[in-house]
Write a protein that binds this ligand. Structure first.
Ligand SMILES: C[S@@+](CC[C@H](N)C(=O)[O-])C[C@H]1O[C@@H](n2cnc3c(N)ncnc32)[C@H](O)[C@@H]1O
Length: 254
């Protein structure tokens, strides 16, 4: 039987990887890297740096495949994502059957932690459901961008005995849940933070967390939101892409 592992690789710092991940990479016969195109070439380079640093077997193959693009113009979000996943499943299925023999180990690299807003496990579940290739599926956790965010700001995401709400920019833009005093937001394409009523909120924001280009800003939302928006826009223009995340914390909650 083949083994296919999803390995969390952190979000920019090659030291944000677990000992388990290093072992699994060391045992890999093939590592699959998805190429999302020229704009995000440095993300592929980061993956390559992880492989150069942690893959020890000279016979391990690094196989790069073009990542099918999601239709971002589609009116309906969920069908567009389902369609994109199906295309990815075809690519993953082809990679596994072409590159892994019986008893061999393959690795898909997942940004941050594979259990947080990452579709790799859903795609591999879909490959298994299609039934034309079989494998044992394993998952190795990684340091997520929200963990890196908390560490860099030297805060805890949770306050004593309270919950934290994890959401996307698209949902946060519709308003924060009334009962949520601590909200971690990922996948904000740019508008959500600026559109929120910041009264009574502190924000802890970070971009390119873990990397040499990391940017951190924190303070009362009313005071720092404009600064974040400007920093975000400038960084995006300079680099061609941005990944940022933030925690919103209600100041006067009981
Ligand atoms: C598709 S999700 C992947 C999340 C990833 N699995 C994790 O655990 O961080 C991508 C989102 O994660 C956040 N993100 C990922 N890497 C980041 C980084 N280095 N700095 C700040 N935010 C990051 C951003 O909100 C981005 O839109």
């Amino acid at each position: 039987m083949r083994t296919v592992s999803i390995v969390g690789i952190g979000t920019g710092n090659p030291e944000h990887i677990t000992v388990q991940a290093i072992r699994v990479l060391g045992e890999a016969d093939a590592v699959f890297m998805m190429d999302k195109g020229e704009v995000t070439r440095d993300l592929l380079e980061y993956r390559q740096a992880i492989c150069d640093r942690y893959i020890t077997s000279p016979s391990c193959r690094i196989v790069t495949a073009a990542d099918p693009e999601r239709d971002r113009t589609a009116a309906a979000y969920r069908p567009a994502v389902a369609d994109w996943r199906a295309h990815r499943a075809e690519v993953y299925e082809r990679l596994i059957s072409a590159e892994l023999g019986d008893g061999q180990n393959g690795v898909f690299l997942a940004w941050g932690d594979p259990a947080i807003y990452d579709s790799t496990v859903h795609v591999l579940d879909e490959v298994l459901a299609r039934g034309s290739v079989s494998f044992d599926l394993c998952m190795v956790p990684g340091i997520s961008s929200i963990q890196a965010l908390a560490a860099q700001h030297k805060i805890s995401l949770t306050r004593t005995g309270r919950p934290v709400h994890l959401t996307t920019g698209r949902l946060a833009a519709q308003g924060l849940p009334g009962c949520a005093d601590d909200v971690a937001v990922m996948l904000d394409a740019g508008g959500a933070l600026a559109s929120l009523d910041g009264a009574g909120l502190d924000v802890y924001w970070g971009a390119y967390l873990g990397s040499a280009d990391e940017i951190l800003i924190s303070g009362p939302a009313g005071e720092v939101t404009q600064q974040i928006t400007a920093a975000r826009q400038a960084a995006r223009e300079q680099r061609g892409w941005i990944m940022d995340t933030y925690l919103l914390r209600r100041r006067d909650s009981t």
